[in-house]
Design a protein around this ligand. Structure first.
Ligand SMILES: C[S@@+](CC[C@H](N)C(=O)[O-])C[C@H]1O[C@@H](n2cnc3c(N)ncnc32)[C@H](O)[C@@H]1O
Length: 431
C-alpha cells in the first residue's frame, strides 16, 4: 500500500485510531476520530502516522514532553469526556462479547500527579561504552514504545510529588550502582514513612555499597532500601530508616519490598467504596487475592473477614497489621488458582471479594458458581478475563448487577472495573 490520506473515524481496543482504507481498516497510533492524516502501511493492519493534515477538535496537546516516545502513555493526545466515553464503551463491548448485559456506570476518572508506585529503568552510559554519546551520563525513566530503550524522563506528570521530587536523587545512583553500560531496575513506592526503594540488579552488594546506600537513604529521607537479583528472588534489606507503612482502614501495614499497591489513591478509594457498599449488612466476608489488605482491613470495620493471599510476604504483612490493630481478619496463605475456596470453605460466607491479577480467577469463579454464596464483588484490572469469569458466575445463577469502570491508568488504553454480582433468592429464581 502506498502512502494514503485517510480520515480517522474511531478508536480501536488498544487505543489506536482506526481508518477505513480500500484494503480494510487500519490502526494508526496517536490519532483520534476526526483527524485527517497521511499514513504509511506497516505490518499487518497497522500504519505509521506520517503527517497530521488537519486536526480533530477532540485532539489536545500532550501533558508531557516525552509523549509518543515513552512507552508509559498511549493516549495523552485524547483526553476528557471522549476518552472516558471510549473506555466506558470498551467495557460494554467486552461484556457483550460474552453475552453479558449490565448497567455500566460512568467511568471514575483519576487525576494526574498521584501515581505512588513506579518501576523505573536506570542505565549508566560511560565514555567508551557502546551507547556513549556525550560522556558519562545516566538514563532514568521508562522503556520506549515496543523497545528496550530507556527514555530519559526528566519529569513525569503521572508521578506523585514525592516520587517526582526523588528523580534527581535516584538518577545520582547511576554511578554508585552501575558500571559502564550497565542497567538495572528501581522499584519505588511512596509510603507514609517515605519512599520504599527496591533495587533489582544481578549480583550482591558488598559491604562498602551497603554503607553507601544506607547513607543515601538517610540523606534523602527514604523509608527503606532493599535489593534483589531479579523479580523471582527474595529481597534483602539494605537500609531501614522509617517504617514503609500504608494505612488501610484503621490499620497500618508495613508493606514488603515490591508489594502490590493500588497505583492511585483515588482509584483505590473508588474501588473500596464499591466493595464496602456491597458489604452493607453482611456478617462474613472472604477477601480473595487480598494483597496487603487494602480491602480486608477496611472491610473488617463492617464484617468478619477471611483474607486469602498467594504471596507469603504480603499475607504475613497483612496478618501482622490485623493482629496489631485488633481487626477482625484471619489470614490464609494459599494459591487460589490451584486450590480455590470451595465446598465448606464457602459455606456461611455472605460475600466474596475477588481482586485477581490480569489472568483473572477462573478456578475460583467455577467454585463460586457451584456455591450458595449470595454476593460477589469482583475488582478487575482486565475486563476481558473479568467478562470470562462473570460469564461463569452468571451461568451459575448470579446476576451482574453493577459495573463501575475506574480509569486507574490514566492516559493508557488500560481500564479497570469493580462489579457486583448477586444470586437471586431461590424463590425468585424459580418463577
Ligand atoms: C491485583 S492484586 C490485589 C491486591 C489487593 N486486593 C489490593 O487491592 O491491594 C492481586 C493479588 O493477588 C495475588 N495473587 C496472584 N496470584 C495468586 C494466586 N494464584 N493465589 C492467591 N493470590 C494470588 C497477588 O500476590 C496480589 O497480591
Amino acid at each position: 500500500m502506498a502512502d494514503l490520506e485517510v480520515m480517522i473515524d474511531s478508536v480501536g481496543a488498544r487505543g489506536e485510531g482506526v481508518a477505513q482504507t480500500p484494503s480494510g481498516p487500519v490502526f494508526v497510533p496517536f490519532t483520534v476520530p476526526g483527524d485527517r492524516v497521511r499514513i504509511r502501511a506497516g505490518a499487518g493492519d497497522h500504519a505509521e502516522l506520517l503527517d497530521l493534515l488537519s486536526s480533530s477538535p477532540q485532539r489536545v496537546g500532550p501533558a508531557c514532553a516525552h509523549f509518543s516516545d515513552c512507552g508509559g502513555c498511549d493516549l495523552q493526545h485524547w483526553q476528557g469526556p471522549e476518552l472516558l466515553a471510549w473506555k466506558h464503551h470498551q467495557v460494554k463491548v467486552t461484556l457483550a462479547h460474552r453475552g453479558l448485559q449490565a448497567e455500566v456506570q460512568p467511568v471514575v476518572a483519576t487525576p494526574p500527579g498521584e501515581r505512588r508506585r513506579a518501576r523505573l529503568a536506570l542505565r549508566r552510559v560511560a565514555p567508551g561504552g557502546a551507547h556513549s554519546r556525550d560522556g558519562d551520563h545516566v538514563l532514568l525513566g521508562f522503556r520506549a514504545r515496543a523497545s528496550r530503550r530507556i527514555v530519559d524522563v526528566q519529569a513525569c506528570p503521572l508521578l506523585n510529588e514525592r516520587l517526582s521530587a526523588a528523580m534527581p536523587a535516584l538518577r545520582s545512583l547511576g554511578p554508585v550502582l552501575l558500571r559502564a553500560d550497565g542497567e538495572l531496575v528501581l522499584e519505588v513506592t511512596d509510603t507514609l514513612g517515605g519512599i520504599d526503594l527496591l533495587i533489582e540488579r544481578s549480583g550482591e552488594p558488598n559491604a562498602a555499597l551497603h554503607a553507601e546506600l544506607a547513607r543515601f537513604a538517610a540523606r534523602h529521607g527514604l523509608a527503606r532500601i532493599s535489593w534483589r537479583a531479579d523479580a523471582a528472588s527474595e529481597p534483602e534489606l539494605i537500609a531501614s530508616i522509617a517504617s514503609p507503612a500504608l494505612r488501610f482502614g484503621n490499620a497500618s501495614v508495613e508493606v514488603p519490598p515490591g508489594a502490590f499497591v493500588q497505583a492511585s489513591p483515588t482509584a483505590e478509594r473508588a474501588l473500596l467504596a464499591e466493595v464496602l457498599a456491597a458489604a452493607q449488612g453482611v456478617k462474613r466476608v472472604a477477601d480473595l487475592y487480598a494483597g496487603c489488605g487494602a480491602f480486608s482491613l477496611p472491610l473488617a470495620g463492617v464484617a468478619a473477614v477471611h483474607a486469602v493471599e498467594g504471596d507469603a510476604a504480603f499475607a504475613k504483612a497483612l496478618d501482622a497489621a490485623a493482629r496489631q490493630s485488633g481487626a477482625r481478619v484471619t489470614v490464609e496463605h494459599r494459591d487460589l488458582d490451584r486450590r480455590p475456596l470451595q465446598g465448606d470453605d464457602l459455606k456461611r460466607l455472605d460475600l466474596v471479594v475477588l481482586d485477581p491479577p490480569r489472568a483473572g480467577a477462573r478456578a475460583q469463579c467455577e467454585a463460586l458458581a457451584k456455591s450458595k454464596v449470595p454476593a460477589v464483588a469482583y475488582v478487575s484490572c482486565n475486563p476481558a478475563t473479568f467478562a470470562r469469569d462473570a460469564r461463569v458466575l452468571v451461568d451459575g445463577g448470579y446476576t451482574l448487577e453493577r459495573v463501575v469502570p475506574v480509569d486507574q491508568f490514566l492516559w493508557s488504553a488500560h481500564i479497570e472495573l469493580v462489579a457486583v454480582l448477586r444470586r437471586q433468592p431461590l424463590n425468585l429464581a424459580r418463577r
